[in-house]
Ligand binder design. Structure first.
Ligand code: GLU
Length: 283
């Protein structure tokens, strides 16, 4: 078994991250397997080096040890580009020049599980216009979902303890695989990384379960290994809302500074004994 914890270094880790990392770590250790860290720092404008160091210090404080050096998405851009080129050569992606405002203004932009559904404006651009605009105009790359789904057929994944789940990628529409401001989207980077790292069990928060629809499709299109998944409940704060990076009271750094014993906290979280006011909920 190989599991991973994949923080985005855009803020301090909180109790919810600790719970997620502990579940992944303890599953690997119980099976005599490996536990790895991935730093999801593909968003260069929001990622901060001090949060990388702080996240690793938080994990060590909880008593979590990891195998190998942390993998960094910012050092894997070649793998993302190669996958995008592969999909492009098969006519499964197209450049999209729309701005957020263009998409929001479209009358035909209902919501899907990943947010606003892309109305498909750039899917049918004439090849000549595409070529002209590719030369200098900022663009994202989108998956042609209808073609991709037709190619891949029906897909399932194993949701541990809950049996097989049917993936519904079509509900997400033409998702972005490479952003205007980042060389890969979360969907593409995370799917490729999990495969290349040899992750056998993806253990992460239930807020990401819908993303697995898309990840499962990308695995099929790119011929990748399919891990088992476990989407766990999320820790909610005293206000009943799931924790966010701005909730300073629940940040691991603040607990550490207040003299809390990290290993004792880890044991409590694994036993689902949460600090007063906090609860575990399905989103
Ligand atoms: N980096 C993502 C996050 O912090 C987690 C990605 C994943 O576990 O797939 O939300």
């Amino acid at each position: 078994m190989l599991t991973r914890f994949a923080p985005s270094p855009t803020g301090e880790l909180h109790l919810g991250h600790a719970y997620s990392a502990l579940l992944a770590h303890s599953a690997a250790r119980a099976a005599g397997g490996q536990f790895r860290i991935r730093i999801d720092d593909i968003d260069g404008s929001r990622s901060r080096e001090e949060y990388v160091a702080a996240s690793l210090a938080d994990l060590a404080w909880l008593g979590i040890g990891w195998d190998g050096a942390p993998v960094r998405q910012s050092q894997r851009l070649g793998a993302y580009q190669a996958a995008l080129a592969d999909l492009g050569a098969r006519g499964l992606v197209y450049p999209c020049f729309c701005t957020r405002a263009d998409i929001a203004a479209s009358l035909a932009a209902p919501h899907g599980p990943s947010g606003v559904l892309y109305p498909g404006t750039c899917r049918s651009l004439a090849p000549s216009e595409r070529e002209r605009r590719l030369d200098g105009e900022p663009h994202a790359w989108r998956l042609d979902m209808a073609r991709a789904v037709a190619l891949a057929g029906e897909l399932d994944w194993e949701e541990q303890g809950r049996g097989m789940r049917r993936a519904d990628p079509a509900a997400h529409g033409d998702v972005v695989l490479a952003r205007k401001d980042a060389p890969a989207s979360y969907h593409l980077a995370s799917t490729l990384d999990d495969a290349d790292m040899g992750v056998t069990h993806v253990i992460r928060g239930a807020d990401l379960i819908a993303s697995t629809d898309v990840h499962r499709l990308l695995q099929a299109l790119l011929g990748l290994w399919v891990p088992a998944y476990r989407h766990h409940r999320l820790i909610c704060g005293p206000d009943g809302k799931r924790l966010a990076k701005r909730d300073a009271a629940a940040s691991l750094a603040s607990l550490r500074d207040a003299g809390v014993d990290g290993r004792a906290l880890a044991a409590d979280l694994l036993a689902e004994r949460l600090p007063a006011g906090y609860s575990l909920q399905n989103p």
